[in-house]
Design a protein around this ligand. Structure first.
Ligand code: IMP
Length: 427
């Protein structure tokens, strides 16, 4: 299938700098589409109009000519989305009728967030350390087939029936949260009705619109959220999110056929970070890790939590790149590594006496993995805001070439700062 489309997927545990990347590419797009995840994502974009942290809106919303779709694979918090639209509008960006939410998008409701918090509070040692945005509980209700979807908002008697069914089925769980309002049909109905009125024109058939766009050769940007290693099925389970963050999530979340994805670019930081609990073989808990955290401003854009930091885990990226069939890579935050004498890169996980350069993701293995490092020389020169590959220090180029060699895919872009223009198109 010939296609003008571009798909951006995270290659690590999220926070790879996809916000800046999708902002860069959405300038050339007709459509920007989110296919999975919810307000757990936090895409940070710095533009002339200021800094934006988008959780649910596709980044294309910042560009007037771009239509934006939220696909059925997304879980959408109506209150959060409304706030986000208002913030964007208050900074002078007209959103008009540019946003379409699919009928089948599941709604994140107040009790989902309360239940997320309740579960996380049960046992700190076993907690996933979620973003508390109600993501897991909403996807769980989807799987249990009792969730409430955007399309239900369009018919008030159907909405009442769905709420009744939901409360009957979930009674025990809602009781456990300990807040009587969650058991009230009227509470939920009255909570949702204002959105039903506000959103009526924004709810529709994303799959059909995408079909038309693909048939007429429109340029579509598919924005992945989170990263490959947080995939519900293929990541470091159970320390994962609750959606398919790899390429499969695009097809199941949007109803478009294979081939629609166009070029697939995998975004990876020049090092590794992770928020929340779970295995992280190349983690640095020393002063180098702290230096990376401070210099890279590694604090969660959704929760403000300090991110765990570590050396680049190329073995994990190799598997991520394979799973989504990436055509090329985008390396972000290269400038954060300026000034080190040497840099370690994890090329395999050692478990028992065996080394895996395409390591199993599941936590039972990864928790016991020791990183196998290759040490590369660092560089002292600044790469900050560098826009020309010929001006990169020799050792920085060596670092990039090593990534290409290990992953077997070209690095197509390098990001060297938070501003959209601090971007090198590598030849
Ligand atoms: P949840 O998605 O809120 O259920 O959180 C599950 C796990 O995924 C936690 O470890 C979160 O920190 C992590 N997570 C979810 N979304 C993101 C993201 O956008 N970036 C980085 N980590 C994330």
């Amino acid at each position: 299938m010939k296609s003008n489309n571009l798909t951006i997927i995270g290659m690590q545990w999220g926070d790879e700098g996809k916000g800046k990347v999708v902002d860069y590419f959405s300038r050339q797009a007709d459509l920007a589409v989110r296919f999975g995840g919810g307000a757990n994502a936090g895409h940070t974009v710095v533009t002339d109009k200021g800094k934006f942290v988008l959780h649910l809106l596709p980044t294309g919303i910042l560009h007037p000519g771009v239509r934006c779709f939220i696909g059925g694979g997304v879980v959408c918090d109506p209150a959060g989305l409304t706030d986000e639209l208002e913030t964007v509008r208050s900074k002078g960006i007209e959103t008009g009728n540019r946003l379409l939410i699919d009928y089948s998008t599941h709604l994140v409701l107040p009790h989902h967030k309360a239940w997320d918090k309740y579960l996380e509070g049960l046992d700190h040692k076993k907690a996933i350390s979620t973003t508390l945005r109600g993501i897991g509980p909403t996807y769980a209700d989807k799987a249990e087939r009792i969730g409430i979807i955007a399309g239900d908002l369009l018919d008030s008697s159907r909405l009442r029936n769905r709420i009744e069914n939901f409360i009957n089925r979930k009674n025990a769980q809602l009781t456990a949260i300990g807040d009587a309002k969650f058991l009230s049909h009227d509470y939920l109905y009255n909570y949702l009705m204002p959105y039903a009125e506000r959103w009526a024109d924004m709810i529709g058939d994303v799959t059909s619109e995408l079909k038309d766009a693909i048939d007429s050769n429109k340029r579509i940007l598919f924005e992945g959220a989170q990263g490959a290693l947080l995939d519900i099925g293929l990541g470091t389970y159970p320390y994962v999110t609750s959606s398919s963050t790899n390429i499969g999530g695009l097809f199941s979340g949007l109803g478009v056929p294979p081939g629609s994805q166009g070029e697939v670019l995998g975004v990876m930081k020049a090092y590794t970070t992770r928020v929340g609990n779970g295995p992280f073989p190349s983690e640095l808990t020393d002063s180098i890790g702290e230096q990376i955290r401070q210099k890279g401003n590694e604090f969660g854009s959704t929760t403000g939590r300090p991110r765990r930091t570590g050396w680049l885990d190329l073995a994990a990226v190799k598997r991520a790149a394979y799973m989504s069939g990436v055509d090329g890579l985008i390396v972000t935050k290269l400038d954060v590594l300026d000034g080190f004498d040497m840099l370690n890169v994890c090329v395999a996980h050692e478990i028992g006496k065996q080394q895996y350069d395409f390591p199993p993701m599941h936590s039972g293995f990864m928790e016991n993995a020791t990183p196998v490092y290759r040490t590369l020389p660092g560089w002292k020169e600044s790469t900050s805001d560098c826009r020309d590959q010929n001006k990169l220090p020799a050792h920085a180029i060596e670092y990039i070439l090593f990534i290409e060699q290990m992953i077997g895919r070209p690095v197509k872009y390098i990001s060297t700062g938070s501003h959209t223009e601090s971007f090198i198109k590598k030849t």
